[in-house]
Design a protein around this ligand. Structure first.
Ligand code: NAD
Ligand code: AKB
Length: 318
C-alpha cells in the first residue's frame, strides 16, 4: 500500500492529480499539502511549506509516507517578476523534498519538469529528448537544474525519482497559476462567457500542449511503470498536440461561431517564442508505452462542455 504526500496540491495540476490519486489509493492514503489553506478540501489536507525539509520529514514520519509528488513551484511568467525569489522557492523546495525523501527512504518521487527547459537554440519544429538545454527563463533554468539533481540523486543514492517535461496543461477544473501557456485555458472561459479574448501570445506562435486528463494519466503511468523501464532519469519529453492561438480559436469557432479574438502580445510572447513548437516524445512511447488520447478537437468539445456546465451551476446557486 502506498501512502502519498503531494506538495503544491492546491494548484492547477495538484487539484486534479490529488483527486485521481485519492480514487486509486483511497482518501486516507493521500496527504494533500500546500502553502495556502484549503478549508473545503475533501480528504486529508495540511499546510506545508515545501521549502522546509524538517516539516516534510515530520509529515513523512507521522503518516508513513512512501511516495511524494512534488508539484510546488513558481511558473514561467510569474517567475520573471522575481527571478531570485523564484530560484529560491523552486530550488529550496526541490532539495528539501529530495533530502527528506532520501533520509526517510521514500520509495518513489515524482517531480514535474517542463518544455521550459528548452531555449531558442534547438530544432523547434521537432525537439528531441536530448536537445541542448539553454532556457531563457529563471523557471526553465530551475527545471534544468532540477532534472540534473534528480539524475544525481538516482545515480548517487538510488532515490527513484521520475519526471516528465509537461507541455502547457489545459484543464477546466481550475485556472492556471502564472504560466506562459495559460492563454489556452483562459480562451475557453471567454468563449463560454461570450466575450472577445485578448490573447497575450501572437496568432502564429505554436506551442506543445496537453489536455489535463492525458497529463494526469501520463503521471500515473510513469509512476506505476516497472523501475527497469525508466531509462531517462532527468525527465522524459511528453507530447500530445501542438497549435497556435489562431488554430485553437478556429476550432472553438466551429462550436461557437460568434467567438472572436484579438492579439496584444506582451512579455510572455518572448518566452513562448523561445520554446519548442513540437516535441519528440518517442523515448516515453518506447520505454513505458505513453500514448495521448486527446487531440485539439476532442479537447475543445470537452473543455467547452465542462466550463459551460460550471457557469450554469454557478448561476443556479446565485
Ligand atoms: P500552480 O501555480 O497552479 O500551483 C502551484 C502550487 O504550489 C500553488 O498552489 C502554490 O500555492 C504552491 N506553492 C508555491 N510555493 C510553495 C511552497 N513553498 N510550499 C508549498 N506550496 C507552494 O502550478 P501547476 O500548474 O499546478 O504546476 C504544478 C507543477 O507542474 C509545477 O512544478 C510546474 O512547474 C509543473 N508544470 C506545470 C505545467 C502547466 O501547464 N500547468 C506545465 C509544465 C510543468
Ligand atoms: C508555463 O507556461 O510556465 C507552464 C509550463 C509549460 O511549464 N505552463
Amino acid at each position: 500500500m502506498a501512502n502519498i504526500l503531494i506538495t503544491g496540491a492546491n494548484g492547477q495540476v495538484g487539484k486534479v492529480l490529488t483527486a485521481k490519486l485519492q480514487a486509486i489509493y483511497g482518501k486516507n492514503s493521500v496527504w494533500a499539502t500546500d502553502l495556502r489553506d484549503n478549508p473545503n478540501f475533501d480528504g486529508k489536507f495540511g499546510i506545508l511549506d515545501a521549502t522546509e525539509e524538517s516539516a516534510i520529514s515530520a509529515m513523512i514520519q507521522k503518516h508513513q509516507i512512501t511516495e511524494i509528488y512534488h508539484l510546488a513551484a513558481i511558473l514561467s511568467a510569474k517567475g520573471e517578476a522575481n527571478p531570485l525569489g523564484t530560484w529560491d522557492v523552486n530550488m529550496k523546495s526541490l532539495f528539501a523534498v529530495f533530502e527528506a525523501a532520501r533520509k526517510n527512504k521514500i520509495q518513489k518521487v515524482f517531480f514535474p519538469s517542463s518544455i521550459a527547459v528548452f531555449g531558442p537554440n534547438v530544432n523547434r519544429a521537432l525537439t528531441p529528448q536530448n536537445a541542448n538545454l539553454d532556457p531563457t527563463t529563471v523557471y526553465g533554468i530551475s527545471k534544468v537544474a532540477g532534472e540534473n539533481w534528480a539524475n544525481y540523486y538516482f545515480q548517487r543514492y538510488g532515490l527513484d525519482i521520475r519526471s516528465l517535461r509537461y507541455p502547457g496543461i489545459i484543464g477546466y477544473q481550475s485556472l492556471p497559476g502564472g504560466g506562459t501557456t495559460d492563454y489556452a485555458v483562459e480562451i475557453y472561459h471567454k468563449a463560454i462567457l461570450g466575450e472577445t479574448y485578448d490573447c497575450f501570445i501572437a496568432a502564429n506562435t505554436k506551442l506543445p500542449m496537453i489536455f489535463m486528463d492525458d497529463a494526469i494519466r501520463a503521471t500515473i503511468e510513469i509512476m506505476q511503470a516497472p523501475q527497469e523501464n525508466i531509462k531517462t532519469r532527468t525527465a522524459y519529453n511528453l507530447a500530445s498536440m501542438s497549435f497556435t492561438p489562431s488554430e485553437i480559436a478556429g476550432v472553438i469557432q466551429k462550436e461557437i461561431p460568434a467567438f472572436s479574438m484579438k492579439y496584444t502580445p506582451d512579455f510572455r510572447q518572448d518566452i513562448a517564442a523561445s520554446w519548442p513548437e513540437v516535441i519528440d516524445d518517442s523515448p516515453a512511447r518506447q520505454d513505458w508505452n505513453w500514448k495521448p488520447a486527446y487531440d485539439l478537437e476532442k479537447m475543445t468539445k470537452e473543455m467547452l462542455f465542462q466550463i459551460e456546465k460550471q457557469y450554469n451551476k454557478a448561476l443556479e446557486v446565485e
